[in-house]
Design a protein around this ligand. Structure first.
Ligand code: ADP
Length: 449
């Protein structure tokens, strides 16, 4: 189990407070040590001057030490000769300091009495056989340091509490955009994809994040809208043949017909059924393409051979309309593509050319290389496509002329499938429509590297 708080705000505040406490502690320690050192140094200077003045008096008038004591109240010093006290002031006696050992050279140190009082004591030689000890109480220094500690002990927690509160308020204010974004995002669903996250300042990190999410929402909204339109259009297209089957069947049932007439009705119902199943096939292809469920395996193939085969497969349809369907290709045209999808694109183009070119018209399918790119083309002598439709012709369910397409039975999916199929192979689709009528659809595929 970790002790990590779940709120970023609490974590930020905690870190901020801990770091601040560390800095303040270090700062206090530095101040404390500096004050202590300078106070002790000052004390040592005092001890030193006292030592000098007493040892001077001792040298000049060794018998007048009581006078020296009387000069200033509270003076504490002791003179020892051969381990026996020669003189000590009453302050020294009362302090409880022990007899000082003679020290040569002189030392200054802190001595603690049995009663717990500290003195700064300098002990050193002060004449033949004489050892002098001078003591100054450390109490004022201790007092200052104690006060410093008390001030710090009171100020630190109070300061930290204030800093933590301030930090928490600040973190809360900084993180507010995140709360607002979360609250808004919570309400966004497939039905309300048009709403966006609030952006307080687009330049800061949260603003940029909200911007990224908003752009993602726009893409999702577009995708949903496309899907919705696709479903609506598909349902609409499915309804037409179904309604036809139903009405033909109902009418046939109401009438009393002979066998030949019934066969005729069933024939037209079956025509609608095959139209329906072509539509369902197209829808399935597109849905699977959208889902990325179609396997694309690109390998080196001969586009000229592919064109020739597709043309042969479609020839019966063209012959029905007595159209002149020919292939124009010289030698193999190698391309890297998935054969099945490229074939799907080509068959859709041929199907359209045959559908929309009037009887006795001409259709030429070919494969060639232009500037390194491989072109697979289907040109017809049909009505052509008005320029204003050129942009939308590859959209799903888009038809130039509802009645023209309706007669031929298209739902407007053929070119959308062809476009997807060529793009899945790394290529693009182009349309070239001539003023004089006739159109050329071109699949442009990248060269083999
Ligand atoms: P459909 O299934 O209706 O043929 P497509 O997506 O294949 O749908 O084509 C979209 C529209 O483009 C058709 O309805 C038709 O009006 C027009 N079109 C396609 N190919 C040709 C062509 N070769 N000549 C004239 N018009 C065409």
């Amino acid at each position: 189990m970790t002790l990590r708080p779940s709120s970023v705000r609490v974590r930020l505040t905690l870190w901020y407070t801990i770091i601040l406490a560390g800095i303040v502690l270090a700062l206090f320690l530095a101040v404390y040590l500096f004050v202590k050192a300078s106070l002790v140094r000052q004390l040592d200077r005092e001890v030193e001057s006292e030592f000098q003045s007493v040892s001077q008096a001792l040298a000049e008038e060794p018998n007048e030490l009581s006078d020296v004591e009387a000069e200033e109240s509270g003076r504490a010093f002791q003179v020892v000769r051969a381990g026996a006290v020669l003189f000590e002031t009453s302050a020294f006696k009362m302090s409880g300091l022990r007899i000082a050992e003679p020290a040569a050279p002189a030392v200054t140190r802190t001595v603690m009495t049995p009663a717990g009082n500290r003195f700064r004591v300098k002990t050193g030689p002060a004449g033949p056989d004489l050892a002098l000890s001078v003591a100054v109480t450390e109490e004022p220094v201790r007092g200052v340091l104690r006060t410093l500690l008390v001030i710090f002990a009171l100020a630190l927690p109070a300061g930290l509490v204030l800093a933590a509160l301030g930090g928490s308020v600040m973190a809360g204010r900084l993180l507010r955009p995140v709360d607002l974004m979360a609250a808004r995002a919570e309400k966004i669903s497939a039905e309300s994809l048009s709403s966006r996250l609030p952006v307080e300042d687009p330049r800061d990190e949260f603003g940029r994040m909200a911007g990224v999410i908003n752009r993602m929402l726009s893409r999702l909204e577009e995708a949903f809208e496309r899907l919705r339109r696709f479903t609506a259009d598909a349902s609409h297209e499915l309804r037409t043949p179904l309604a036809a089957i139903q009405s033909v069947g109902e009418v046939a049932l109401q009438e009393d017909l002979d066998a030949a007439a019934y066969r005729d009705r069933i024939g037209s119902m079956l025509e609608e059924v095959s139209r329906l199943s072509r539509l369902v096939d197209s829808l399935l292809t597109l849905t699977r393409a959208d889902a990325g469920a179609l396997d694309i395996r690109r390998k080196e193939i001969d586009a000229a051979r592919l064109v020739a085969q597709a043309v042969e497969d479609m020839r019966p349809l063209a012959e029905e309309k007595r159209q002149n369907l020919t292939v124009s290709a010289e030698g193999p045209v190698l391309v890297r593509a998935d054969e099945a999808t490229l074939r799907l694109a080509l068959v859709n183009l041929l199907d359209n050319a045959i559908k929309y070119t009037p009887p006795l018209g001409t259709i030429v399918a070919g494969a060639r290389i232009r500037g390194g790119e491989v072109l697979v083309e289907v040109a017809d002598s049909g009505p052509g496509i008005p320029i204003e439709h050129a942009d939308r012709i590859f959209d799903r369910f888009y038809r130039v002329d509802q009645s023209r397409s309706g007669q031929a039975g298209g739902a407007g999916l053929g070119l959308a499938i062809a476009k997807w199929a060529v793009e899945a192979n790394g290529g693009r689709i182009e349309l070239e429509s001539r003023e004089a009528g006739g159109s050329t659809f071109r699949l442009v595929l990248p060269p083999i590297l």
